[in-house]
Design a protein around this ligand. Structure first.
Ligand code: FAD
Length: 505
């Protein structure tokens, strides 16, 4: 489901920019940006969207060096900004070098034949045009020389160096270099077929082909079925001792844990991306935001910095008089004030327990479910009345948030349908936790086997027996839930001590 009017949705592997985020993201950035300015009513744009989405997925690993983004210029709120960026037709693709200073610094990119490969190559060509302002995360892309290779392991602290021998026109070496940029302990360099000394030294007879040099002085041809990008990348990513950098878990996450990275990413995304889609909040949205932040401030078992942050946002919202809030005003409150607390709440998303096997799976919706389940089972702070508080406090806030802000509108409608049907029958906080659990299972049942299901994470009736054996009992030879056991399990599973702060633990 796309957000209202837009062609892209938060689940897409690209950055959704708009009036208040476009300049701050694209200008003075340490990475380059490739932005599609589109209009949701434009037929070409609709036609082009799958290509753009596929391109973004294809080069997602390059993001520390170059980010892919979109702006919907048909959205009234964005129109002036699109004008400032000199956009007159749609779609317009613009490349912004790292540390670009003004909206005029973007270079137009054409999309001949809508081919992902052409677009990818034109990104590389544009990356290579950086001079003094080379993006810090971008590895060198120019061909390696004999001298560089000779002294490589003396000057670079890595175990492996992959050399990709190729002709001058080939982009393969640069693509693999960028694909591997987030991986540690391995470097990739392209060597031109005209570099005779190296060609002779390694006995290279085919272009492209590639060789793996190890820092103990040995080398061998990289054994691949095909001399192609995905084969090289696959081989290099799996070398012993090669790990992906700080953005990813080093091990597969454990499904019996809850990860703080997912929860904080949900907060960031909910408050700074989803709410930010509305340049001015009015009426229901103001109320929904206030309720949401109030339950976060009250129940979110975050790190002290994050709790303080949520409380200060809550205080600010409580003091808002009148019925409208411009997002620009809220944004100031949501911006980390670095001098007060470093990295209060990340400005990015990191999925761990909610990491999908493909970029379009899981992520934000997974973290939103997790967040609300967690909130339903936190005990009320003692100072605020102990146990006898409103049983609908958290569920009501979730209902309001989903209805007002959740970018998946189809999801919001379904959820509202379930809420309207039975949420008001909930009589206690325990019933509230069970209500959300059972409705989530209904959603799981509905989605099982559909295209939104990540094949690595099948939609189960949750928790499965391996996670909670006592939750399942058998009555008259039929599997049934033992709700008391489920409740106990939910409280343990979503308790603060089961939240892992450091996902490599
Ligand atoms: P998710 O279903 O997102 O679950 C996240 C995690 O919660 C799981 O990994 C598991 O650890 C835990 N969990 C699973 N089931 C339960 C349970 N019953 N109780 C407690 N914890 C549980 N997608 C659609 O295509 N159509 C829709 O109509 C739709 N409606 C949605 C409504 C809401 C309110 C939300 C938040 C999301 C909705 N989605 C919908 C998205 C969909 O439900 C999933 O979030 C998404 O497909 C990602 O699935 P996932 O495998 O990561 O697990």
């Amino acid at each position: 489901g796309a957000p209202p009017g837009g062609l892209y949705s938060p689940g897409d592997p690209l950055v959704l920019l708009q009036v208040d985020t476009l300049e701050s993201s694209v200008l003075n950035s340490s990475s380059a940006w490739l932005v599609e300015f589109y209009a949701s009513w434009c037929g070409h744009c609709v036609h082009f969207a799958p290509t753009w989405r596929a391109l973004a997925a294809d080069i997602q690993e390059w993001s520390p060096a170059v980010n892919v983004a979109v702006v919907d210029c048909a959205d009234i709120a964005n129109q002036k900004t699109c004008g400032k960026f000199g956009i007159t037709g749609f779609p317009t693709l613009k490349f912004f070098k790292a540390f670009s200073k003004s909206p005029e610094d973007g270079t137009k990119i054409f999309h001949p034949g809508d081919s992902i490969q052409n677009l990818r190559q034109s990104i590389i060509t544009n990356l290579e045009m950086h001079k003094e302002t080379w993006p810090p995360a971008c590895p060198p892309l120019e061909p390696a020389s004999v001298e560089e290779i000779r002294g490589f392991f003396q000057t670079n602290n890595v175990t492996y160096l992959a050399l990709i021998f190729e002709t001058n026109e080939s982009f393969l070496g640069r693509e693999v270099t960028l694909d591997m940029l987030q991986y540690e302990n391995v470097a990739v360099r392209r060597v031109l077929s005209s570099e005779e000394e190296l060609v002779k030294k390694y006995g290279v007879t085919a272009f492209p082909s590639s060789f793996l040099l190890i820092n103990n002085g040995t080398f061998s041809r990289i054994p691949v079925q095909m001399e192609a990008r995905s084969f090289y990348t696959h081989f290099l990513q799996r070398l012993p001792g090669v790990t992906r950098g700080p953005y990813m878990p080093t091990r597969a996450p454990d499904t019996s844990k809850v990860y703080m990275a997912d929860l904080e990413s949900a907060l960031h995304y909910a408050l700074r991306v989803e709410v930010a889609r509305f340049s001015v909040l009015t009426g229901e949205r103001v109320r929904a935001l206030k309720d949401f932040v109030a339950v976060l401030a009250k129940y979110f078992p975050g790190r002290p910095f994050v709790q303080n942050f949520l409380r200060s946002v809550d205080r600010w919202l409580r003091n808002v008089r009148g019925s409208r809030i411009p997002y620009s005003a809220l944004k100031l409150v949501l911006t980390n004030r670095k001098e007060v607390a470093p990295a209060v709440l990340s400005n990015n998303v990191t999925w761990v327990g909610c990491q999908g096997s493909e970029p379009h799976f899981r992520g934000y919706p997974c973290s939103l479910w997790t967040l609300f389940h967690l909130l339903t089972v936190q005990p009320a702070p003692l100072a605020q009345g102990g146990a006898d508080h409103n049983p609908l406090e958290v569920l009501g806030a979730m209902r309001g948030y989903v209805q007002s802000f959740f970018g998946c509108r189809e999801c919001a409608q379904h959820f509202e349908g379930m809420a309207a049907e039975s949420m008001d029958k909930v009589r206690s906080v325990d019933e509230a936790a069970l209500w959300l659990w059972s409705r989530h299972n209904r959603v799981n049942a509905r989605l099982a086997g559909t295209e939104t299901e990540d094949p690595q994470f099948p939609k189960l009736q949750w928790p499965p027996p391996e996670l909670c054996h006592p939750c399942h009992s058998v009555v008259k030879r039929r599997q049934v839930w033992d709700e008391a056991a489920v409740l106990q399990f939910l409280k343990a599973y979503f308790s603060p001590i089961n939240i892992f702060l450091n996902y490599t633990e």
